[in-house]
Design a protein around this ligand. Structure first.
Ligand code: FES
Length: 104
């Protein structure tokens, strides 16, 4: 890592070359039913296109136990966390539990 790169990482609080795409780039062509990890500056987010076509961007941290929401999947108008299958509803920029531990 060069000195300039190190300085940028220190000043920005994240590495812009870490391979995580920007939420804006991901959102452009995201198909219905997809959820992808992205970033908005230093904040890691999950970008999802719900069943209705509505685009949502939320912090990529499950309210249950911190799992990555972007590792889960879309089910209609809800996001489902892959770790313990909590069903989540998007409220503002965060997710709230709708139902927990749904057996599949
Ligand atoms: S961490 Fe998401 S359901 Fe448990």
């Amino acid at each position: 890592m060069g000195a300039l790169h190190h300085q940028l990482v220190h000043e920005l609080g994240y590495d812009p070359d870490d391979g995580v795409p920007s939420a804006e780039d991901v959102a452009r062509d995201l198909p219905v039913g997809a959820v992808v990890r992205a970033r908005e500056g230093a904040v890691l987010v999950a970008v999802a296109r719900l069943g209705s076509g509505r685009l949502v961007i939320v912090e990529d941290e499950c309210p249950h136990d911190g799992g990555r929401i972007s590792d889960g999947f879309v089910e209609g108008e809800r996001l489902v966390c892959a770790r313990h299958n909590w069903e989540l509803e998007v409220v503002g920029r965060r997710c709230e539990r709708v139902r927990s531990c749904k057996l599949r």
